[in-house]
Design a binder for this molecule. Structure first.
Ligand SMILES: NC(=O)c1ccc[n+]([C@@H]2O[C@H](COP(=O)([O-])OP(=O)(O)OC[C@H]3O[C@@H](n4cnc5c(N)ncnc54)[C@H](OP(=O)(O)O)[C@@H]3O)[C@@H](O)[C@H]2O)c1
Length: 349
């Protein structure tokens, strides 16, 4: 199958639903497409299918394409570049790029810290614009707080890029309430990108209320807990080397078994509603507020179609109670990242 055969038709759905990211951010389709798994961290990806998935998402009205310059060391941005180049003009115009920067990588694929210095921001940005083939990035954010650089300096450098027209909006990723406040005092923040799902509800106590107080939207990632609660993850699934899930505490031994038991409880609720487990998990995140936009990590048109089906699911109070009983807050076994990566999460301190 060639890319052009799968290019979007250019007929975008009229009156497609929208959510607004914060008080100053863009209007976006209620689901964003997270492109990470098309280049890294979830094993081999199929390039033609990845491109077809991006095109199908744009055709369905999806606006937000999320990436990071470190996803496959530039590979993901180049993939998005190709997808947009081969899309219709209408689809290309509607696409909004959300880019994370700052992660330092090694040749072997390791992560060796974060760099949020203003000169690093300008450098990362120059490379990303070139790789994406765009004259601006719609939302730009550091992937993790650089503990050596005050957030005011990092956000200040992005604010200068906004002034210069290279960036439209400023975002943040995995930061806690204090950092949100400090950043918002420097410049308007459109959204906080952070893990949020039935099994990762850490933001509910302090971070989400703070974001709401400050008028900052949420782009939620890991809404399927990286496939764990998608209903498709098998207990005996073989993972290739380099697959994040091979190191993730939630996918190990007893933890995996306990977490998949939660999924089976969720499956019963989903079956009662005649929808899939993944749709139930995505619909649950959508139900948490109009200011929350789930980023789904679909890597195939089949998974994308399933994810988009979540938009048709309205959960009643009884459904929400049944979901809560199946997967109570805090029920997941294992942390959401390995210890070394947890240490980089300002949101967890
Ligand atoms: N800011 C951050 O720190 C951060 C961290 C991680 C991710 N992100 C962003 O958030 C995006 C989403 O994260 P994620 O990929 O970890 O989250 P996810 O959507 O929870 O997980 C994606 C995984 O779920 C599986 N899956 C099964 N059914 C699916 C369905 N119907 N739709 C979509 N996926 C389905 C996919 O498996 P198969 O492909 O094997 O079918 C894929 O491996 C990423 O692409 C990235 O852009 C941000």
């Amino acid at each position: 199958m060639t890319t052009s055969e799968n290019a979007p038709s250019g007929t975008l759905p009229a009156g497609a639903p929208r959510r607004v990211l914060g008080t100053t951010g863009p209007r976006v389709f209620p689901l964003g497409l997270g492109c990470m798994g098309m280049s890294a961290l979830y094993g081999e990806a199929d390039r033609a299918e990845s491109l077809a998935t991006i095109h199908a998402a744009l055709d369905a009205g999806v606006t937000l394409l999320d990436t990071g310059d470190f996803y496959g060391m530039g590979h993901n941005e180049l993939l998005i570049n190709e997808a947009l180049r081969t899309a219709s003009a209408a689809a290309r115009e509607q696409a909004l790029t959300s880019v994370k920067f700052g992660a330092l990588r090694t040749v072997e694929g390791g992560f060796s810290g974060y760099d949020g210095r203003p000169e690093a921001v300008r450098n990362f940005l120059a490379y990303s614009l070139q790789r994406l083939g765009r004259d601006h990035i719609d939302i730009y954010r550091i992937a993790r707080l650089d503990p050596a650089v005050p957030i005011e300096e990092t956000v200040g450098a992005i604010a200068e890029a906004v002034e210069a027209g290279h960036v439209r909006h400023i975002g943040l990723s995995e930061v806690g309430a204090d950092t949100l406040r400090r950043a918002a005092a420097v410049a308007p923040i459109a959204d906080l990108q952070i893990e949020y799902s039935l099994v990762s509800r850490g933001i509910e106590e302090e971070i989400l209320p703070t974001a709401r107080e400050l008028g900052i939207g949420i782009t939620a990632y890991g809404v399927l807990s990286r496939g764990l609660i998608s209903g498709h993850f098998a207990r005996d699934r073989a993972l290739s080397p380099g697959d994040f899930r091979g190191m993730s505490p939630r996918f190990q031994g007893d933890n995996l078994g306990r977490n998949l038991d939660l999924v089976e409880a969720l499956r019963k609720v989903a079956q009662g509603r005649g929808v899939s487990v993944a749709q139930t998990a995505i619909a649950w995140v959508l139900s948490r507020g109009e200011d929350i936009v789930p980023l789904v990590g679909a890597r195939s048109r089949e998974r994308l179609t399933e994810a988009l089906g979540a938009l048709e699911v309205t959960l009643s109070a009884a459904d929400l109670a049944a979901i809560e009983e199946a997967v109570p807050a805090g029920a997941a076994a294992g942390e959401r990242y390995p210890a070394a990566q947890m240490a980089h999460l300002d949101s967890e301190h």
